[in-house]
Design a protein around this ligand. Structure first.
Ligand code: CAA
Length: 396
């Protein structure tokens, strides 16, 4: 993520100081940027001169204090370890200019806990980018109870200048996108482990039937199984919703350091960056239930989208933008309109009846939408009213 974020800022013309532990780690970052910009050149999206200028705007450091001196914005993107992040923030709090914005790109940790480690927590904010950062336009800007509103405004303006679509949210486990995407991935992993279908069937079905850009198990490998596990654990801790409990196979892959693409093995084994045809970590199912997958996974996911709006955390527009611009998935409330709330309610009632899990209970708001005479108009109304509410009362 660090390399991707560096590329995004350097592409927009900013001088960027990239920092990592040692020269080997910096070399890895350099090669990720060279590969990503090389691909843009080969596809005619960037000239060789622009690529050289972009690369020339990046200076590499191994000392964080030296790297952040004189910077206006610091974006930390180390792995998901609160102690480590707090330690880094204490260092940059002293070394960065007093008026610098201090941002963290955490996927799962509470921004508030990171902010609490510094002398001026009001200048700490979350900037959550999506993989691959040069491609996905969404950035979640996460404010805490400490954060100064002026800093949020400044950051939103800057991100728009970079061509990104910032969505401002409060600090809650998973924010918008991970709270919706990772439980969907977690459910797919559970179904895989419980013998619903093979990994290939699960991935192909979700691409073909649901129109998602990639299947959930391939996506877990791309995000990193360690990151997926960390997000599920934080969601579980915060919600105590057993549906968010990670599947045993996910924890085992993480223990075995099979984190996906970055370690060469996860749900798939990667040879030259491509998944190979090995047998996979779970044996083939006795009887495939792949035909049930799209209803089951999409139904549960749409119910969670509706719950998030019902809980007053995000507007319909923010959920739509989040999933479309963070993950290139179809806008969930448009899919809901197409399938109809009534049909989604039937599906979710079926899942709830089968599992008995309170986390699978249909949202009250889903029932209301399903009962409307004109269900599409009811979704439009919800979209308009939540847009107005969230704009006029941003602190929610
Ligand atoms: N770096 C830079 N650019 C990349 C890239 C990378 N790693 N991978 C792909 N691209 C670019 C390509 O150059 C291409 O650009 P053009 O269309 O302008 O030529 C474009 O992305 C599409 O790439 P491809 O044609 O090679 O492949 P594709 O169409 O199959 O798309 C994908 C690949 C972009 C990864 C797409 O499958 C996708 O969007 N998948 C969903 C990814 C997703 O959900 N991301 C969010 C995960 S959650 C997260 O990151 C947050 C967290 O905290 C866990």
């Amino acid at each position: 993520m660090g390399a991707g974020i560096t590329e995004v800022f350097a592409k927009a013309g900013f001088e960027v100081h990239a920092v990592d532990n040692n020269e080997a780690a910096l070399d890895r970052g350099r090669s990720i940027i060279a590969k990503s910009t090389g691909r843009a050149v080969s596809r005619g999206r960037m000239t060789e001169e622009e690529q050289a200028a972009l690369v020339g705007r990046i200076t590499y450091f191994t000392d964080p204090a030296e790297a952040v001196a004189g910077c206006g914005l610091v974006v930390e993107a180390v792995f998901e370890d609160l102690d480590l992040k707090q330690e880094i923030f204490k260092k940059i709090d002293v070394a960065a200019p007093e008026d610098a914005i201090l941002a963290t790109n955490t996927s799962s940790l509470a921004i508030t806990a990171i902010a609490a480690a510094v002398s001026k927590p009001e200048r700490v904010v979350g900037v959550h980018f999506f993989n691959p950062a040069p491609v996905q336009t969404l950035v979640e800007v996460v404010r805490t109870v400490y954060t100064d509103d002026a800093i949020v405004e400044q950051l939103v303006k800057l991100l728009k200048e970079l061509g990104k679509s910032p969505v401002v949210v409060n600090d809650r486990a998973g924010f918008i996108v991970n709270a919706l995407l990772i439980p969907y991935i977690g459910s797919a992993i559970n179904l895989y482990e419980n013998g619903f279908a093979t990994r290939e069937e699960i991935d192909a079905t979700m691409v073909e039937a649901a129109g998602y850009p990639m299947g959930p198990l391939a996506l877990a490998d791309m995000i990193g199984n360690d990151v997926c596990l960390a997000v599920l654990e934080k969601l579980y801790d915060e919600t105590k919703n057993r549906v968010n409990a990670p599947a045993p196979i996910l924890t085992r892959l993480v223990i075995a350091n099979m984190q996906g693409r970055k370690t060469g093995k996860g749900f798939y084994t990667y040879v030259d960056g491509k998944p190979s045809e090995d047998r996979g970590p779970i044996r083939r199912p006795m009887q495939s239930r792949k035909a049930e997958l799209p209803d089951r996974l999409v139904g549960e996911y749409l119910n969670n989208c509706v719950k998030m709006v019902e809980e007053n955390y995000a507007s319909v527009d923010a959920v739509n933008t989040g999933m479309a611009e963070g993950c290139r998935m179809p806008k969930p409330f448009e899919v809901l309109k197409e399938i109809t709330p009534k049909r989604v309610l039937e599906i979710v009632e079926g899942i709830y009846a089968e599992t008995g899990e309170p986390g699978h209970r249909p949202a009250r708001l889903l029932r209301q939408l399903a009962a409307a005479d004109d269900q599409a108009a009811a979704i439009d109304e919800l979209q308009a009213s939540t847009a107005e509410l969230h704009a006029s009362n941003p602190r929610g």
